[in-house]
Design a protein around this ligand. Structure first.
Ligand SMILES: [Zn+2]
Ligand SMILES: [Zn+2]
Length: 428
């Protein structure tokens, strides 16, 4: 038997309504209420004075590029970046090469995930080859172990096919995660459509292209009762549509990314491709609406959309660089900055948005310190200042808009299944 006694920390566990200085006990990989006197004697003690002790963070939106593009990231390096960022559970997107539209690729990812320091769950494609033409074998993907279905990176354009997809997904108890984008309105688009795109001479991606698909999904969810989750909401109008849908009791959820709550299209003035992502950064009004949506529960959780790309790919003219940025190692300090310090969210509420509420969307066994649960813990110093440098970081890629930036709030220790996997800047 192995025991842990984490003492003197500020223990925050929204699931059990805990926010007080106290102890967290672990026995053989699971949380327990307490340890006996003899168990305490043999326990490994972690002094968490000055630290927050919370459930390991959960991210239902990462791209780990394995199989197929392991020069950008592997399941191992992506998981190390996750652990360094305090994440203990991640859900990886199926737009690998080949895409996850077959059980063989699910098996391959599950095998690689066995060596990962955090829990990695695969998703499967909605359509064969993510081509949007015919449905992938949802039933066999579910049996093979996918936890959701998505064509992320692309969006199923045919409403008829999407209707069938949500019906099948519901039958197999799977949630559809949708990247909401009307592709007919966004051909060659590289940034938000508006005055800034006109000034910079870049092709615009109108927020209406997101809003139309969010509305389509709300209608399909209402029509079928199926759960549809909207990925990376970027537009104020989409937040408004979600607010109304939730008021009407529609079975929809949504996520926001750290970059869409922290940055706007104004950052694109230098044509730095580390600010190019899909959906694009939008206006200050959109940014504020997303923060307000998180505050009132319209948006359910934070998802990083961690999307590694190699330097030689990102280091191209703005029009030709791929979309996406890495985010696992900066998500917590960025959320503390924008949500806690600037927008006055309670710390416990932000942790809820990054743990239990995220896990609940896909019913993953994660996001709580409750006795009996897997002992996944994040210990962080909310006050520590540090310099984020992509070259010393764990992701295999360096495409971050926060490179060389001062961060406040630093993950100190990450525990997965009662085992320390990351401590003081190093993998264990
Ligand atoms: Zn996407
Ligand atoms: Zn994505």
């Amino acid at each position: 038997m192995s025991f842990f006694w984490i003492k003197n920390g500020r223990v925050i566990d929204p699931a059990s309504k805990r926010d007080a200085t106290g102890d967290v006990f672990i026995a053989d990989g699971r949380f327990v209420k307490s340890l006996s006197a003899t168990q305490r004697k043999s326990a490994q003690v972690i002094d968490a004075k000055g630290l927050v002790v919370c459930p390991g963070l959960v991210d239902i939106h990462v791209h780990f590029r394995e199989p197929g593009q392991t020069h950008k990231e592997t399941i191992l390096t992506g998981s190390q970046a996750a652990a360094a960022g305090g994440f203990t559970t991640v859900v990886c997107m199926p737009n690998t090469s080949p895409p996850v539209d077959n059980t063989g690729t699910v098996e391959l990812i599950k095998n690689a995930a066995r060596l990962a320091p955090v829990h990695v769950y695969p998703t499967g494609c909605i359509t064969v080859g993510m081509k949007g033409q015919s449905l992938a074998p949802h039933g066999s993907l579910q049996k093979a172990g996918v936890v959701a279905l998505t064509d992320d990176g692309l969006c199923v354009q045919s409403n008829e096919l999407m209707h069938r997809a949500v019906e099948y997904a519901k039958m197999f108890g799977l949630t559809i995660l949708d990247h909401c984008q009307d592709e007919s309105m966004t051909a060659k688009a590289v940034m938000n459509e508006g005055v800034v795109s006109t000034r910079l001479g870049l092709t615009g991606w109108p927020h209406a292209a997101e809003d139309i698909i969010v509305a389509r999904n709300i209608i399909l969810s209402r029509y079928t009762g199926a759960h549809i989750h909207m990925q990376h909401i970027s537009s104020a109008h989409s937040v408004e549509l979600m607010r109304r849908a939730k008021r009407d009791g529609v079975n929809v959820t949504a996520e926001a990314t750290p970059h869409h709550i922290a940055l706007t299209e104004e950052s694109l003035g230098t044509y730095d491709t580390n600010f190019k992502m899909n959906p694009p950064l939008r206006t200050e009004a959109d940014r504020k609406a997303i923060v307000a949506g998180l505050k009132d529960g319209t948006l359910d959780c934070i998802g990083t959309d961690h999307a590694p790309h190699a330097p030689e790919e990102k280091d191209k003219e703005f029009d030709y660089a791929p979309n996406g940025i890495i985010g696992l190692e900066t998500a917590l300090p960025v959320c503390l900055d924008v949500l806690v310090r600037q927008s006055k969210f309670k710390l416990g509420f932000v942790i809820d948005l990054m743990t239990r509420k995220t896990a609940d969307i896909l019913k993953l066994p994660a996001g709580t310190l409750s006795p009996g649960a897997a002992a996944d813990v994040c210990l962080f110093d909310p006050e520590e200042k540090w310099l984020y440098d992509t070259y010393g970081a764990f992701s295999r890629s360096i495409n971050s808009p926060w490179n060389k930036q001062q961060m406040k709030g630093r993950v100190k220790t990450t525990i997965v299944d009662g085992r320390i996997v990351y401590a003081n800047g190093k993998m264990v």
